[in-house]
Ligand binder design. Structure first.
Ligand code: FCB
Length: 453
């Protein structure tokens, strides 16, 4: 075994989930319909037509689930709040039962010594707001601020760590432009508007949360892949830069006060995605979006290769093919830990965030329980071990990394892939709702205990 790897004192070891992926109870106790309810209830959108109607039934089993977190020794738990559970009509009248659910959850977490990290928007927008245009219209950004105000006012005496949006790029491109996620539209011009209103609402919400929560820390969780050119050809290099520009810089640059990246404005203009230019940007918006944050959250999973020099193929950015089963996950995304060190160093170098959390990282393997009743998911343990080592290298290089959240605490509804992908360190039997701590969870418990491995 290589040298021991020990993390800084107070490093926050955590796990993450999202409301739609685990809660179920989609129409219980006054919850309104979300865009994901509508999208999954429309046949043909999701693998096997799976839905989150029941999911992990976490809405009813939350107490036991916190018991499992305690068993693993988690120091922090990142979860999201279902906006339509709090505001079934998107704005206006509060559903007290929804608020109470999260209040009880937070109390129990604190009792277990687990620090709560709240994500306000992990994609399940109230459908009524989508009917008015969703993130493509400014009024949704305004409604988000009311929602952020209500939640932070209620939980702010107990919750200090707040994430406004999870992966705005995924909502934007996969939801509004590619039709793979809710709401399922296929229009790049809509995507660009959605991106702006997501970012604007982020900026508007920061001072509201800070006013309600003494000592709050607020950030944004951005997805970032390691985008590399497939060769040294200038076309591959250009494509890699463009893809990173669309998926990362389009969000990070304005959030860090640089406005929208001009090379990508040009790309979008060529694509016809800016038919009226940036006319949705009003005076002062870019300053609002640049409101300083306390940390950036990064969701990292894999690398992608950009190839655009083959005259027979369209330019493409792909997850490379595996060379051994060990560096392959079932999404199918490559296990590429070097990319995690790379993105952490790059983001710190480029944007100088005050603090960084890895808000998601993990792997999909469907390894089922063996005859002994245990889940021997050594591939996942290997993925985590190599990524923890990659994280540690970034810390040694000076990146101010304060914590790491495994995606995910438990197997759950994986968006367009339904239940076919299992990211959990806890196995969930969807027939019986039985949970089993996988070997990776037991290994993680040891890491947390020793603050290293
Ligand atoms: C991220 C999402 C998260 C989960 C992982 C696998 O894009 O934020 O909800 O689905 O991918």
């Amino acid at each position: 075994m290589a040298n021991k790897i020990i993390f800084p004192d107070n490093f926050l070891w955590g796990a993450a989930t999202a409301s739609y992926q685990i809660e179920g109870a989609w129409n219980k106790h006054g919850k309104g319909e979300s865009t994901w309810d509508r999208f999954t209830h429309t046949p043909g959108n999701i693998k096997n037509n799976d839905t989150g109607d029941v999911a992990d039934d976490h809405y009813n089993r939350w107490k036991k689930d916190i018991g499992l977190m305690k068993k693993i020794g988690l120091k922090a738990y990142r979860f999201s709040i279902s906006w339509p559970r709090i505001l079934p009509a998107g704005r206006g009248k509060v559903n007290q039962k929804g608020l109470d659910f999260y209040g009880k959850l937070v109390d129990e977490l604190l009792k277990a010594g687990i620090t709560p990290f709240v994500t306000l928007n992990h994609w399940d927008l109230p459908q009524v707001l989508e009917d008015e245009g969703g993130w493509t219209v400014r009024s949704t950004a305004e409604a988000f601020v009311d929602y952020a105000n209500i939640v932070s006012r209620t939980l702010g005496d107990r919750v200090k760590n707040w994430i406004t949006h999870n992966e705005p790029a995924v909502v934007t491109w996969m939801g509004y432009s590619m039709g793979i996620h809710a709401p399922g539209s296929k229009d790049y011009a809509l995507g660009v508007c959605a991106a702006h209103h997501l970012l604007l609402s982020h900026g508007w919400a920061i001072p509201v949360i800070k006013r309600n929560v003494p000592n709050a820390e607020v950030g944004l969780a951005l997805n970032i892949g390691w985008k590399a050119p497939a060769s040294n050809s200038k076309y591959d290099l250009q494509l890699a830069r463009e893809d990173d520009g669309k998926w990362f810089r389009w969000f990070a640059d304005p959030a860090y006060g640089r406005g929208y990246p001009s090379d990508i404005v040009e790309t979008f203009t060529k694509m016809g995605a800016l038919p009226n230019g940036l006319d949705f940007v009003q005076a002062g918006d870019m300053d609002v979006i640049a409101t300083p944050t306390d940390f950036v959250g990064l969701n990292y999973y894999s690398r992608q290769l950009a190839r655009s020099d083959d005259p027979n193929n369209d330019p493409q950015v792909v997850f490379p093919k595996p060379n051994t089963p060990d560096n392959w996950t079932e999404m199918p995304w490559e296990n590429y830990p070097e990319g995690l060190t790379g993105v952490l160093s790059r983001v710190y170098f480029d944007y100088q965030p005050l603090k960084v959390y890895i808000t998601e990282n993990g792997a999909s393997y469907s390894t089922p329980p063996s005859e002994d009743g245990e889940v021997h998911d050594e591939h996942r343990t290997n993925y985590l071990r190599t990524h923890f080592a990659a994280t540690h290298r970034a810390i040694q290089a000076g990146v101010p990394l304060a914590g790491y959240f495994v995606w995910s605490l438990m197997d759950n509804f994986e968006w367009s892939q339904g239940y076919s992908q299992r990211f959990g360190i806890i196995w969930v039997n969807y027939e019986t709702q039985e949970r089993i701590l996988k070997d990776s969870a037991k290994w993680y418990k040891g890491v947390i205990k020793k603050n290293g491995f």
